[in-house]
Design a binder for this molecule. Sequence first.
Ligand code: SF4
Ligand code: SF4
Length: 341
Amino acid sequence: MTYSTQTIVKLPEDEMRIKFAPDETIVFASSSGHCNLDCSYCIVNPIVKHNPSLTYEDLRFVHESIGKKVFFIFSGKGDFFAGYRKSDRLLAKLLEHDDVGVALDINGILIHCFDTLTPTQLAKIRHINLTYHYRQLVDHKAREVWKRNALTLLRKADGEDFFVNIVLSPPERHLWEEAMEWYETNIYSEYQKKIILINDVNYALGAEDEQIIARLQDRFGDMIRSVRRGNFESVLKEFDHVSCPAGQSYFRVWNDGKIESCPSVEELKNAGNAKDRTFYPRTEPFMCTDVRHCDCYHIASAGKMVFHRKVEAPAPALALETAMLAPAPKRKGVIAWLTRA
Ligand code: SF4
Ligand code: SF4
């Protein structure tokens, strides 16, 4: 197969895209070994409970081993705060470092030291996804706790890169309207933060679901920031060959310490272990043909990937924009955007 040497690609506009600095290394950190909720649509099965979490020292080892600016995306198997005690002050300690940036993907049940962060520390949190798992809040009698925490988070850190999301999972469609009512009464009336409706990518939306979504838009239109459909695979499907910085300026680190250059490619899975204090970065970019995962999307959007395509294939930009709007086929293991917690 013949490939073009390089193709410049403009990804579709995306309000939820993380804004990376060009000189920082992206580290997806699934640091927590615990989640305090049990969402039916969680992609982690079984949901992680009471497993080890990465300590501050483990994360510092990763940071110091990389030796440059690091942007930690705390998203993955558990809830970021649920893996720690308030007294750990993990987030506050990390944010003391000048060359650290952070994205948080959280469920809002715990926020630990967040309300004590200084403006300087808060400025280093450049992206927040707060997910509103309504069914779980009801089941765990946690609506009042979530309300208090959500309002604290918003009052301290709201901005254009702070997103409140609800996952529309068809098996819970009977609760969608109730969830929106509760949000309107308890959050939106006090703090006018709009909410993003995200489809559960493991279920295709049926006619009944679409009717309910249309009703939600009629009734709560002022409160809805956007309705998102699609997944990473649909955005990236035109690309069959990329030069990826996995193992150079992109890593994944897991709660048990394992460091991977990329979790989706077998030969890139051993890049060390933060708990064993081992680190094996790569010296060359990786030529990859499996560009369809959540991490690929973020790395591409950071401008860190060089896309190649078959010489005879059509130019992809228009196809990408179309794909972004189309409902994605059902596929396990691909979740919409960053929303895992
Ligand atoms: S799967 Fe994606 S992130 Fe992993 S090496 Fe391939 S292109 Fe890079
Ligand atoms: S979706 Fe998020 S909050 Fe819900 S169980 Fe999974 S990790 Fe926990």
